[in-house]
Write a protein that binds this ligand. Structure first.
Ligand code: GCB
Length: 600
């Protein structure tokens, strides 16, 4: 799917701004009731989550539908163009009406969807755009939740003998199976883009390296009549290759490779012309490969230094926030890191563009968090998740396939792979094959495994890279770092025998900024540093460990509960991006660790 860009052939109309908004009172559901909206509407900013823009609890606790609306008119100059309305992300379910006609319906809160509106827009007058948004999460949504069930995160013990009875006198709740606040609404940009009537629908670029040359295979999807012309230019805008036709191969002599930070993330631009349409897509030439227990980028051993992150901040919630994205890129580099995982959902497209440009490597994750958490039955056999999971992977790859920064797909975070090992293995290995088959660049595929009985788990070991989240010293063996390191080593001995690369995709300790102790105990800044220093020194002894991603880049908001005071505090930075001692610790450590060749 192409990102909306303005050029000499295409335009973009920005529909962000202050919209009208109201929460459902539980009686309307997906139906738009104009008189209800008119009586209750108030201002809301788009893009942003709605939950923290207002100051009553009902916006945080809302469970169900909410309604957005605005009007717009289309400039006359676009009368002969094709018009497409695009939402970059609406969380989690959207029904979109234009002039009371249902024009789009979309499940999933973190990927774009669009609808052609050429025939629906009215000229010389206002158009009414309305969006009904549902924030409920259950066992068939991704991320997974326990709609009106038992909270997996947060504290749900009623303290009375009958939990069933307690359900009757408690209000309906939206309970996540995941540890980040369930921010909802129109979270990313809303735009109309124009194309000519005959247009370029998609561009797929598959670069590879042949000696000192780059080989660029491409495929262009078009609608309508016309010839395809493809031109590749370098950073200086000099043409380095050309071809005709919607499918082909272009050789770039003495190509410059895309290399991760701090090396040169060199980008080329492919400009496609078709009939009267034109679109430019940047790309990089680089290879990604797993060989034994090594992770190679451009044939060289890469070491992942970076983070699990979130899209999260005060007031805007999970809304698109370009200054935060730019700031986070700057902080990633400030800490001498080179990578992050889009835990626990695909991020806004602009972040991937920044990563391409700045050389930051991405592990691109779907929103499949919490499969099987807190359930007493086999989730793979009980719940209807597969179809939606496949469609999310398809859309994710379709959106992100051309980014050189994306070097691996993560199909999920922390599914239950321990209690139903055989059906889990069947699910994850077949989804792994499916993911590989969709990616034109055939990048490595994985999912991220939670602290579990790794001997019983039959799925994690089947992935291209072993990605594990481990909290020895925090949730397990709390505060006892000698025992934590001992247990960690027991586990690492096990993984070493599997002979695959391993990335520690999460490890960390909640840390209250400003809380200092002489003797390091839990929650203090000194403990966070000691914790990481002890664990990292174990990683340094093992060459099959190819990456360390402390959890988390920054503090972030979660559901309330006894485990969380003002959210999850495992950030190396505070929520407003100030460094804790841990940030300085990693900055110093990673200064000494090169992106390439650290252990080999
Ligand atoms: C995990 C989850 C992450 C949580 C983290 C924690 O394993 O993947 O979403 O936030 O632990 O801090 O508990």
């Amino acid at each position: 799917m192409l990102y909306p860009r303005v050029n000499e052939k295409r335009s973009v109309i920005d529909l962000n701004g202050v919209w009208s908004f109201c929460l459902d009172d539980g009686t309307h559901g997906a139906n738009i009731d104009n008189s209800f909206i008119n009586e209750n509407k108030e201002n809301i900013a788009v893009p942003a989550s709605y939950n923290d823009q207002k100051d009553e609890l009902k916006y945080r606790e809302h469970c169900g539908w909410a309604y957005y609306e605005r009007t717009f008119s289309v400039p006359d100059v676009f009368r002969n163009e094709r018009l497409v309305l695009r939402f970059d992300a609406v969380t989690h379910y959207a029904k979109v009406y234009l002039n009371s006609v249902l024009i789009a319906e979309h499940k999933g809160g973190f990927l774009p969807f669009e609808a052609e509106i050429t025939e629906v827009v009215k000229w010389n007058q206002d158009n009414l755009l309305q969006v009904a948004v549902d924030n409920r999460v259950n066992h068939s949504t991704l991320p997974v939740g326990n709609e009106d069930g038992t909270a997996f995160f947060g504290s749900d013990n009623a303290g009375v003998p009958s939990v069933e009875a307690a359900k009757k006198w408690r209000k309906k709740r939206n309970l996540p199976n995941f540890d980040f606040f369930n921010y909802a609404g129109i979270n990313r940009n809303v735009r109309i883009y124009t194309t000519k009537k005959d247009y370029i629908n998609d561009i797929t670029i598959v670069p590879s390296i042949s000696g000192s040359d780059g080989i660029v295979r491409y495929e262009i999807e078009t609608c309508g009549k016309g010839e395809v012309f493809v031109q590749i230019t370098d950073r200086e805008k000099k043409t380095v290759g050309e071809a005709m036709g919607c499918k082909g191969e272009i050789r770039i002599k003495n190509a410059r490779l895309w290399n991760p930070y701090p090396e040169d993330p060199y980008l080329y631009t492919m400009t496609v012309t078709f009939a009267e349409d034109r679109y430019s897509q940047r790309f990089g030439i680089r290879s990604v490969e797993v060989k034994g227990s090594r992770f190679l980028i451009n044939g060289k051993d890469f070491y992942f230094k970076g983070f699990g992150k979130h899209e999260d901040g005060a007031v805007f919630g999970r809304g698109f926030n370009l200054p935060y994205d730019v700031k986070d890129m700057s902080l990633i580099k400030w800490m001498n890191a080179n990578s992050f995982r889009t835990s626990h959902y695909p991020y806004a497209e602009e972040m991937y563009d920044l990563a391409d440009e700045e050389g930051i490597v991405i592990i691109d994750e779907t929103p499949a968090v919490g499969i099987g958490a807190g359930t007493a039955c086999d989730p793979y056999k009980t719940f209807n998740i597969r179809e939606h999971h496949e469609s999310v992977i398809r859309d994710l790859i379709s959106r992100d396939k051309n980014h050189p920064s994306v070097v691996m797909w993560s199909m999920a975070n922390e599914p239950d792979t321990e209690h139903w090992p055989t059906s889990a293995k069947e699910y994850w290995t077949s989804l792994y094959e499916f993911t590989h088959s969709l990616d034109p660049q055939d990048r490595p595929v994985t999912f991220v495994c939670c602290q579990n009985n790794y001997e019983a788990d039959l799925s994690t070991r089947e992935m291209d890279v072993i990605c594990i989240n481990r909290y020895y010293g925090w949730y397990n063996l709390s505060g006892d770092m000698d025992a934590a390191c001992y247990a960690l080593n027991l586990e690492l001995d096990f993984w070493q025998g599997i002979n695959k690369p391993l990335i520690m995709t999460e490890y960390g300790a909640d840390t209250l900024n400003g809380y200092h102790l002489t003797a390091p105990e839990m929650f203090s800044e000194e403990f966070q540093v000691m914790y990481y220093d002890r664990i990292n020194s174990e990683f340094d002894k093992r060459s099959f460990i190819v990456g360390e991603h402390p959890w988390n880049f920054a503090d972030f908001n979660t559901i309330q509960g006894v485990y969380r005071a003002d959210g999850n505090r495992k950030g190396l930075l505070t929520r407003d991006r100030r460094p804790k001692m841990g940030a300085h610790y990693f900055k110093n450590r990673w200064k000494e660790i090169p992106s390439f060749g650290y252990k080999k």
